[in-house]
Design a protein around this ligand. Structure first.
Ligand code: FE
Ligand code: FE
Ligand code: ZN
Length: 276
């Protein structure tokens, strides 16, 4: 069975997201832990979360994915920005324990001209300060398109962050199809080759979740523009082949395509119909 869902608004709470997910044929979803531009997180309603946890268990939901705000940058050259990243990350991980055994996905960061090596050191340093052996959440590094000075558009960079992190049994990778395509990994013509490379450099055992998106921008463009499934340069067939690959079996798939709920429902239906 394909575990698939989409990004949902957290504004009406977790029980609501569970029900909305079911109503569009989803059994997982992604949400922002707070405003994507950063800022203070809403107080959590523990009753609502407990109700969601029960609903998810009864309905056999796959793990869900929390997404950190885009402004979280552990390798900024500004110490205040790095402090903010640490504060948000620490607080989010604490809150995630109310939703145990799920994923927390973040963009590794932008080195803003300091160089990718320095960026990697700062990202692992933050992870070394905040990961705890008792946490149930697995933190996911998202594969990036490489726009601007983004770290994490090469598998080697993610592997190095993981290698430099002591508690790396708490780390995994979320593969975004739009981002890796824009980063230059040809999942259209060389899908097996890309997974072989992922396995050799990072290890497929680290792959925990998928962001399933088409891409408006071409292979290797390093531009991050998501498209609806079949309306971009990856294309419907390639995305269906991707979802059916042995390397991603049983992983939660999250659509981050530019859609409203009805559009997501149609894409979920399409992917399920074409899942063998
Ligand atoms: Fe993301
Ligand atoms: Fe993504
Ligand atoms: Zn993106």
């Amino acid at each position: 069975m394909l575990n698939i869902g989409c990004h949902l608004s957290v504004s009406k709470g977790f029980s609501n997201m569970g029900k909305v997910a079911s109503s569009i044929g989803a059994d997982t979803f992604q949400f922002f832990t707070r405003n994507p531009q950063g800022g203070k997180a809403k107080d959590l309603d523990e009753k609502d979360i407990a109700a969601y946890n029960e609903y998810a268990a009864i309905n056999n939901f796959a793990p869900i994915v929390a997404h950190a705000p885009y402004t979280l940058n552990p390798c900024s050259d500004n110490p205040q920005t790095r402090d903010f990243a640490e504060m948000v990350f620490t607080d989010d991980l604490k809150r995630m324990e109310l939703l145990p055994h799920n994923y927390y996905n973040f963009h590794p960061g932008s080195h803003v001209g300091q160089g990718v090596d320095k960026g990697i050191v700062m990202i692992s340093a933050l992870l070394n300060r905040i990961l705890k052996s008792e946490q149930s959440t697995v933190v996911l590094l998202e594969t990036m398109s490489g726009k601007g000075s983004e770290v994490g558009s090469r598998f080697e960079e993610l592997a190095e962050i993981i290698a430099n992190t002591n508690l790396n049994k708490k780390l995994g990778v979320c593969l975004d199809t739009c981002h890796i395509f824009a980063a230059g990994y040809d999942i259209v013509n060389n899908l097996d080759g890309v997974f072989t490379e992922f396995d050799r450099i990072i290890g497929l055992n680290r792959l925990k979740a998928i962001h399933l998106n088409d891409s408006l921008m071409p292979l290797g463009s390093h531009k991050d523009r998501h498209a609806k499934i079949g309306e971009g340069l990856i294309g419907k067939e390639a995305l269906i082949r991707f979802a059916n690959h042995q390397a991603v079996k049983n992983l939660p798939f999250i659509l981050e395509t530019p859609n409203e709920l009805d559009g997501y429902a149609a894409e979920i239906k399409l992917m399920k119909e074409n899942y063998k």
